[in-house]
Each structure stands twice: as C-alpha cells, then as structure tokens.
Design a protein around this ligand. Structure first.
Ligand code: SF4
Length: 241
C-alpha cells in the first residue's frame, strides 16, 4: 500500500487517500495494478529527466526536478520551473512558495501526499529567468507522460507558462479560478504561489481559487461516474476491485 493510502472498513477493496478521496484506476485493472503501473511509468520518467541532455538547462542545473507525489493523484499541480532551493534539493515547491502551497492545499482539505506536483521545465532556468519556448518544447514529452501515467481528474496550472499549454493567448488575471474541460479532465488556471505570496490582491485570489478545488473535484468525479455508467456494467464492477 502506498504511503498516501489507507484502507477504510466498510469496503475493504475500495481504497482511499489520507484525505478520504476514493482511489481510482483504469478500466480492466485493480487499484493496486493501476498504482503499480503508474509508479513504474513515473519512475521511468524521473530516471530519464535526471540525466536528460535535451536542452541548454541541462548545462546549468544542479539537480533536475522531475516532480513528486501520489502516482494516482486526482489532482496534479503544474508550475513553471524549479527555483534555487528546488535545484539544490531535486524536489519541487520547497522553500517559501512550497510552504505557501501546502497552506493552500490544506484549504482544499488536501496535503502534498494527496497530489502530484511538477513543473513545465524540470531544470532550473539560470537566475530564475523565464523558461524559453525551445526549453518548454524539449521538456513537454516528460510532462505528457506524467499526465498520462497519473490520469488526474483535475489539473491546476500555476502561473502563465503551464497555463499557456491549455489556454493559449489568455491572461491569468482574466481566467484564474475558471476551469475548462479537456476531455475527461478539468483544467483550472491559478496564479503561481511565488507571485501571490507577497502581493495581497493575488494572495486573496489564489486562496479563493484553492478553496474551490473540492467543488471542482466533485464535478470531475460526477463526470467520470457518468463515463463509467456509459461504459456499461462490466466496467462498474471493476471499480470495486
Ligand atoms: S529542462 Fe527538461 S528537456 Fe531540458 S534538460 Fe531538463 S529535463 Fe531535459
């Protein structure tokens, strides 16, 4: 059993995250098989990222930062790129912005262990400059593989570079906190915690947006239930195992 998972009494084959969210898995596989498949895929991405030479950022990084969290998280958070602290430790969202992110997740009844956190580029841009288009493009396949492995119901984009993947040409000040559906997921654009941390107006906005996450999750879950019903009784049966 993963460290983010506990079994509850009533239905021993259903498993839940620490925050009480039911676990998910793909049709035709058990929860455990789904977790194992996802973990292996994420481990493979992380191993490749740590030695990746595909863009200029590989020359200046101390540690690549593949991302971390629950391999079957219902919520995936995607930031811009590692900062100094993250580069030193090889972990995403540590330091003050990471502490603030933990507080924001708590507002939604979640912890870091319940979600998966990563970035658009996995290596630190020198001097914390913006990632360049060719760097984002070179790193995009890793992000796509992480999304495919985790299959989250909700993706939260943090800042404009991850937002641009789903909302090209949009301004975050106009659309933050307003989800859009992308296939079977909801994509929710939000401000980056580092930007919001020291600006009162943005801080209030990101706090309000995170507080809406349980509502977005419930909406996404309803959608998946409808999908399961459409897929037929055999697939409903699978959700019990
Ligand atoms: S930023 Fe991405 S593409 Fe560039 S070196 Fe790091 S892992 Fe590779």
């Amino acid at each position: 059993m993963s460290r983010a998972t506990v079994a509850l009494g009533a239905s021993p084959r259903l498993r839940y995250t620490r925050s009480g969210l039911p676990r998910r898995h793909g049709l035709g596989e058990t929860v455990a098989e789904g977790e194992e498949r996802s973990s292996e895929a994420l481990d493979q991405v992380a191993a490749e990222v740590r030695v990746c030479p595909k863009c200029e950022l590989s020359r200046t990084r101390t540690h690549a930062v593949p991302g971390e969290g629950d391999p079957k998280a219902r919520v995936m958070l995607i930031g811009e790129g590692p900062g100094w602290h993250e580069d030193q430790r090889g972990r995403p969202f540590i330091g003050n912005a990471g502490k603030f992110l933990g507080e924001l997740l708590a507002k939604a009844g979640l912890s870091r262990e319940d979600v998966f956190i990563t970035n658009v580029v996995k290596c630190r841009p020198p001097g914390n400059r913006d990632p360049l288009p060719d760097e984002i493009a070179a790193c995009a396949p890793y992000l796509e593989r992480q999304i495919a492995a985790i299959d989250p119901e909700v993706i939260v984009t943090l800042g404009r570079f991850s937002m641009a993947r789903w909302f090209p040409g949009e301004r975050i000040s106009r659309i933050h906190g307003q989800p859009k559906r992308d296939g079977k997921r909801l994509i929710v654009p939000m401000y980056h915690p580092a930007a919001a941390l020291h600006q009162g107006a943005l801080r209030g906005a990101i706090e309000d947006d995170f507080a809406k996450l349980p509502k977005f999750l419930a909406e996404a879950e309803r959608e998946r239930e409808v999908e399961t019903e459409r897929a037929g009784p055999a697939s409903e049966q699978m959700t019990l195992f």
